[in-house]
Design a protein around this ligand. Structure first.
Ligand code: GUN
Length: 295
């Protein structure tokens, strides 16, 4: 039987509707909408498309989203001074600096400069430390990285809130944006977690032991159908543009979808899986940051 397709678009719409209601209540109570500032440096077309989606979705949810576009030639010092001003601005509740930054910039210094209370990406060392030291329930005001939070949310909607306990989860990818925080969240959900990466030996065999497989590698369709345990739940974080041969292109994930649906119990599609839920989480984090700022 073909796998269930996990509908990230529908789930994201539900999450955004809940944020919209709470954002409206916040705006009425405080006379000011939750405010999100998204900073992008340079002209990478894919990154530009992502940030435009983020600010458009913010506006639709009643969040005052502003896109700040800086030239590729900007210096770290210029970006730091921009962040400092936003840290001091009471109408700015969330700050996101789109990654990757140009190679000449000090990304670590930039992420450290964001006020941890406005760090809607959850990338500041203080928020990373809080996530990794949290137990099985996360603090309500914790700003969690959006992509792994979205993956966990989709797993919970697919398996039920108790359905993750005791599962062997394999996360492929060890980035600070996805792999490492994903491992922390899955541990908190009582999974047994293995983090695999480019130097892992016999990756297909390891994946075949996964009840939950999260692919965040950035390589088009690398995970084949015969890497998947029958009945596993597969979360595909990859977004890769590949040529179609007729001069066009299409988006594919890190998992060979047509093969995987014949083996898995449930799988996220690309596009329409993890991506929309990630954006919804960003709006949720902005609301959490705004609410925390008034306490
Ligand atoms: N680039 C790719 N994913 C992300 C993300 O979640 N946040 C930021 N800031 N940049 C990204």
């Amino acid at each position: 039987m073909a796998a269930r397709i996990i509908d990230g678009k529908a789930e994201a719409a539900r999450l955004r509707a809940a944020v919209r209601d709470e954002a409206a209540a916040f705006t009425t109570r405080h006379g000011l909408a939750p405010g999100l500032r998204v900073i992008i440096v340079g002209d990478d077309p894919a990154s530009r498309a992502y940030v435009r989606t983020k600010t458009r979705m913010a506006a639709e949810a009643g969040i005052a989203g502003e896109l700040i576009e800086l030239p590729e030639t900007s210096t770290t010092v210029e970006l730091l001074s921009r962040i400092e001003r936003l840290n001091d601005d009471p109408a700015t509740h969330g700050i996101l600096v789109q990654l990757p930054l140009p190679a000449h910039m000090d990304a670590e210094a930039v992420l450290r400069a964001i006020d941890p209370g406005k760090d809607v990406d959850g990338f500041h060392p203080l928020n990373v430390g809080r996530l990794f030291s949290a137990g099985r329930s996360l603090p309500e005001d914790l700003l969690v990285p959006c992509t792994p939070w979205g993956c966990l949310h989709l797993l919970r909607t697919t398996l039920g809130s108790d359905g993750l306990a005791g599962c062997h989860a394999v996360v492929i990818g060890r980035s600070n944006i996805v792999g490492k925080p994903m491992a922390a969240l899955l541990l908190g959900a009582d999974c047994t977690v293995t983090v695999a990466h480019s130097r892992t030996r016999d990756l297909p065999e390891l994946c075949r032991r996964a009840d939950i497989l999260v692919a965040a590698i950035g390589r088009a369709e690398m995970v084949r159908g015969d890497w998947i345990k029958p009945g596993a739940v597969v979360i595909d974080v990859g977004i890769n543009r590949v040529a179609t041969g007729d001069g066009g292109s299409r988006l594919v994930g890190d998992v060979a979808f047509a093969e995987a649906i014949r083996v898995a119990d449930a799988i996220t599609p690309v596009p329409g899986g993890v991506g929309p839920v990630t954006v919804a989480c960003l709006l949720r984090n902005t609301l959490i940051a705004a609410q925390a700022s008034t306490r």
